[in-house]
Design a protein around this ligand. Structure first.
Ligand code: PHE
Length: 460
């Protein structure tokens, strides 16, 4: 009996890890992180990012999980409860997180559509006599110049996610995810081996691990903190919901540390795979959102049966992206159903999918219809990315931190954090509270102010 209870609690924990790591590791690590590091000059930014991940990111992640387990409710419900309680306008925290979730879902679907396009291209290359010549011509131009195709691919992605969620295929999908993640690790090992044997590796290692602080600029702090929140999926209440499935005896800070460490490792591995190829392309390539898509096909050309590995790689990446999107979609549908009591889950799903589809129009047509609408010398899609990840997400986390301190009493915070099995947790407790109360808000506000300063200066 005891054994059964143990195995059910450990399988629950396994599912938790799978979902938490699955939601953290995705396009953010493999697609977004490399070009953000390239844009911000390499090593010094990487160091800043790692420091912020293990201070601010880890602390907020711990707090989200703790709140979720204590309240056994979603962030939106918690904020509504708090609002009734102390009559303060904390409602906006839940609302803002839902709004950002919807826009992220739309934006993420467009990029997932790019991944889908690459899957089809690798598939087509199986049947070409000149496989390598074909792969060498793969680039983003076709997508950039075809808004309708981007929109259609994003729609296919969204509809598949909705299908998995609505027709109860999530359990099957979780099983698939376990295999996919293991296979992904295998693929990544092959890619690292191939990539670091390229000539440019010494230069890449210097670029990444020899920090040149003069390369940091005023917006780097905001970019680093925004990406930390994005990659760990913080500020949206997703981990609050996941935290509600944890057992009372699970030590949350340890779990949060593991998730952060795995996520950061995958991001660094992505750099080691992509940069050696990017270095041989051009300087411009390293700062371009198309970096992953332009460079990886060239790496696969160097591997035996590269077209099959390329196909498998983008397929795994897409499955990881589905997992992240399903999490967002689930939280949006549950909240819509909760808000409009008469609505069925299916009709809420249609409303959310329709709203997300509408929102994909802007990033999808950014390179065509909306090409003229540049702001601060950036295209529509770049402005959406920046507004979402560098400004709104940090603001949402700031709101969450306020909710956290209102929600929990000092003694409850200590009980949730300190464990007799982990002696270091006693001394870490004070540091955690300090980071959460002072350091994280300070960094978020400073990051936003510095970016605003740069924007205003360039507008004048
Ligand atoms: N963390 C995911 C990634 O790195 C992105 C994401 C953000 C997913 C927010 C869900 C919610 O790809």
């Amino acid at each position: 009996m005891q054994k059964e209870a143990f195995s059910s609690s450990s399988s629950k924990r396994f599912t938790f890890y799978l979902l938490a790591i699955g939601s953290a590791c995705g396009l953010g690590n493999i697609w977004r992180f490399p070009y953000i590091v390239g844009e911000n000059g390499g090593g010094a930014f990487l160091l800043l990012y790692i420091m912020l991940s293990f201070t601010v990111g880890l602390s907020v992640l711990t707090a989200e999980l703790i709140v979720g387990r204590a309240a056994r409710a979603s962030l939106h419900k918690i904020t509504v409860r708090l609002t009734g309680h102390i009559k303060k306008p904390f409602y906006w925290v839940g609302r803002l997180s839902l709004f950002i979730s919807l826009v992220i879902l739309a934006y993420y679907s467009v990029v997932s559509g790019w991944v889908l396009y690459y899957i089809t291209q690798f598939f087509v290359s199986f049947f070409r006599p000149d496989t390598n010549a074909y792969l060498s011509t793969l680039n983003m131009a076709v997508l950039n110049e075809n808004g309708i195709m981007q929109f259609l691919l994003a729609s296919v992605h969204l509809l598949i996610c909705a299908f998995i969620l609505m027709y109860g295929k999530t359990k099957k999908f979780e099983k698939l995810l376990t295999y996919v993640l293991s296979f992904f690790v295998f693929l990544i090992s092959i890619l690292i081996y191939t990539s670091v044997s390229l000539e440019s590796t010494t230069g890449v290692l210097r670029f990444l691990f020899y920090p040149d602080f003069s390369k940091l600029n005023l917006v780097s702090l905001g970019h680093a903190i925004g990406h930390v929140f994005f990659t760990l999926s913080l500020g949206l209440g997703l981990l609050v919901t996941l935290g509600s499935s944890l057992n009372d005896n699970d030590h949350i800070p340890t779990i949060a540390f593991r998730v952060t460490a795995i996520d950061t490792t995958i991001s660094i591995v992505a750099l080691l795979i992509i940069f050696p190829v990017a270095f041989t392309l051009s300087d411009r390539a390293m700062t371009d959102p198309g970096l992953l898509f332009e460079s990886l096909p060239r790496l696969f050309m160097k591997i035996y049966y590269g077209e099959f590995f390329g196909f498998a790689f983008f397929l795994c990446l897409w499955i990881a992206a589905i997992n992240a999107s399903v999490g967002l979609l689930d939280s949006l549908i549950s909240n819509t159903t909760e808000r409009f009591r008469q609505a069925s889950r299916l009709s809420s799903a249609w409303v959310v999918v329709a709203a997300a589809l509408l929102l994909t129009l802007a990033p999808a047509f950014s390179g065509t219809f909306l090409k003229r609408f540049t702001l601060f010398e950036q295209s529509v899609i770049e402005n959406i990315d920046s507004l979402l990840i560098n400004y709104l997400l940090p603001l949402s986390v700031l709101g969450f931190i306020a909710v956290y301190f209102l929600f929990h009493k000092e003694s409850e915070r200590r009980d949730a954090f300190v464990s007799t099995d982990a002696p270091a947790s006693v001394s870490l407790f004070r540091n955690w509270i300090w980071v959460l109360k002072w350091f994280a808000p300070g960094i978020i506000i400073l990051g936003i102010c510095l970016q605003l300063f740069v924007v205003i200066r360039s507008a004048l």
